[in-house]
Design a protein around this ligand. Structure first.
Ligand code: SAH
Ligand code: SF4
Ligand code: F3S
Length: 448
């Protein structure tokens, strides 16, 4: 491939989880710090970064179809083709295969190496190809620029990787071992985010509650202690964290839900299945009973806590009766929100080799019933808010003039009309509810 002028504009497209969104933002900041500018559209970018997800088969397929589409759109007005870089979890898992299958991809970079993106892009522009999928510990964050302008609600990755090895999941292989970023670095980044405009920070990790470190006085600190420190930042109004694993919900974190007044009354605690036999086969280290007991303890300190979960239907060997146990669990818990998926066999994971793979048609039918139950649950949760007044963080403009979209403390999406501005916390009277959002009216008397 001939050398081309170094790319000046870039476009980053992130798939998958919030940690990938965070990584995508950091890549954009890194490229900006090196003098590049964000293109308003992908078709105008000299460099296209596909920041990919490997969690399910369909997510992975998207990468190849996206590459195909970019190549087909092909030559831009000036005759140059964009440099295509594949980042994220597919790059980590299938880097060599991508290089072989897609000659138009010039750069492959894994989630632990993207601090090297600018030099790799330069190499590609010089006519070469570059691939980096090592998993060096920690080098990445130190090499990234500081945070500047961010939205009202910002992400902060505190922990990466996973040691849990659920039998269906690729994350331990694509993201590597659990690694906690140092306390002081996180406090510094949180300050930067707040100075850059954030009034809400969501702490992120594949197992965010496995985060541990040492506080400024050299004492061991867990996520609760970190959140207490962040709560001292005056302009920071809201703290959230995701995704947590039931096995890592320690006493201090449960207590924080009652004592940290900036910690929002919402948390995401995936359960996956309501059958103990399936949970065991999944290598989840909890039972239905221990999960429910954990919820009781959190509700004891924070009675209004709202919950979301993740569910998988059709894990190998799942029977109709075991699936119905999951439906019963949903009834018992009352989820405010949830994510649910058909099991997807991932190459190299233990579950992919298990007997009793469930036919697609059965999975589809179960997913429909599960989602109907979850919709009923979230509708009931949202309807219980009608007639109440709640604080909304304004995050986006709505479709029509004077309409806004924001989030309640319980992470409900709230549409409302009235005089407001992005990043403001306003009081909204809630009037109507659907399973995915609420609508309301700006309260006439605002608290400040
Ligand atoms: N670490 C987090 C989330 C990881 S992935 C956790 O443990 O909660 C997000 C969700 O994707 C998982 O909770 C699970 O519900 C789903 N998932 C992971 N692997 C999957 C697979 N092979 N097939 C279907 N869903 C899967
Ligand atoms: Fe995957 Fe399980 Fe780790 Fe979550 S805890 S990332 S589901 S292996
Ligand atoms: Fe996907 Fe990787 Fe996140 S596989 S869900 S982008 S950790």
């Amino acid at each position: 491939m001939a050398a081309s002028p170094p790319p000046r504009t870039f476009h980053v497209k992130s798939f998958g989880c919030q940690m990938n969104v965070y990584d995508g933002e950091r890549m954009a900041e890194l490229l900006t710090a090196r003098g590049m500018t964000a293109a308003s559209e992908r078709a105008e970018a000299d460099l296209v970064v596909l920041n990919t997800c490997h969690i399910r088969e369909r997510a992975t397929e998207k990468v190849y179809s996206d590459i195909g589409r970019i190549v087909k759109e092909g030559q831009r007005k000036d005759g140059a083709a964009p440099v295509i870089a594949v980042a994220g979890c597919v790059a980590q898992a299938e880097g060599a295969e991508i290089m072989a299958r897609a000659p138009s991809v010039r750069v492959v970079v894994g989630p632990q190496s993207y601090h090297r993106l600018p030099e790799m892009v330069a190499q590609a522009a010089a006519g070469g190809r570059a691939m980096e999928t090592d998993m060096p510990a920690e080098a990445k964050f130190a090499a990234l620029p500081g945070r500047r302008k961010v939205g009202a609600s910002a992400f902060l990755t505190v922990q990466e990787g996973c040691d849990k090895f659920c039998t269906y999941c690729v994350v331990p292989y694509t993201r590597g071992a659990e690694l906690s970023r140092p306390y002081a670095d996180l406090v510094r980044e949180a300050h930067q985010l707040v100075e850059g405009g954030a009034c809400e920070i969501t702490l992120l990790g594949q197992n965010v509650n496995a985060w541990h470190g040492e506080n400024g006085r050299g004492r061991p600190a867990g996520l609760a202690a970190l959140m207490d420190e962040l709560a001292l930042i005056p302009e920071l109004a809201r703290i959230r964290y995701t995704t947590s694993h039931p096995a890592d919900m320690d006493e201090a974190l449960i207590a924080a839900h009652g004592s940290n007044r900036k910690l929002m009354p919402f948390f995401h605690l995936p359960v996956q299945s309501g059958s103990d036999r399936v949970l065991k086969a999944m290598n989840r280290s909890h039972t239905v009973e221990s999960y429910l007991r954990l919820l009781e303890r959190v509700r004891a300190v924070r009675p209004d806590i709202a919950l979301s979960g993740d569910f998988i239907v059709g894990f190998p060997g799942e029977t109709e009766a075991e699936f119905e146990d999951t439906l019963r669990l949903i009834e018992a818990v009352g989820y405010a929100q949830a994510f649910s998926f058909m099991y997807s066999a991932r190459p190299g994971t233990p579950a992919a080799a298990m007997d009793g793979q469930v036919p697609a048609a059965v999975m589809e039918e179960r997913l429909q019933r599960l989602q109907a139950a979850l919709q009923r649950s979230s509708l009931a949760f949202n309807q219980a808010s009608i007639g109440k007044r709640c604080t909304v963080l304004v995050e986006r403009k709505g479709r029509r003039d004077g309409q806004w979209l924001g989030k309640s403390p319980w992470l409900q999406s709230v549409h409302f009309s009235g005089e407001a501005a992005l990043g403001e916390l306003v009081e909204v009277d809630l009037i109507d509810a659907g399973p995915n959002s609420l609508s309301g009216q700006l309260a006439t008397q605002q608290i400040t």
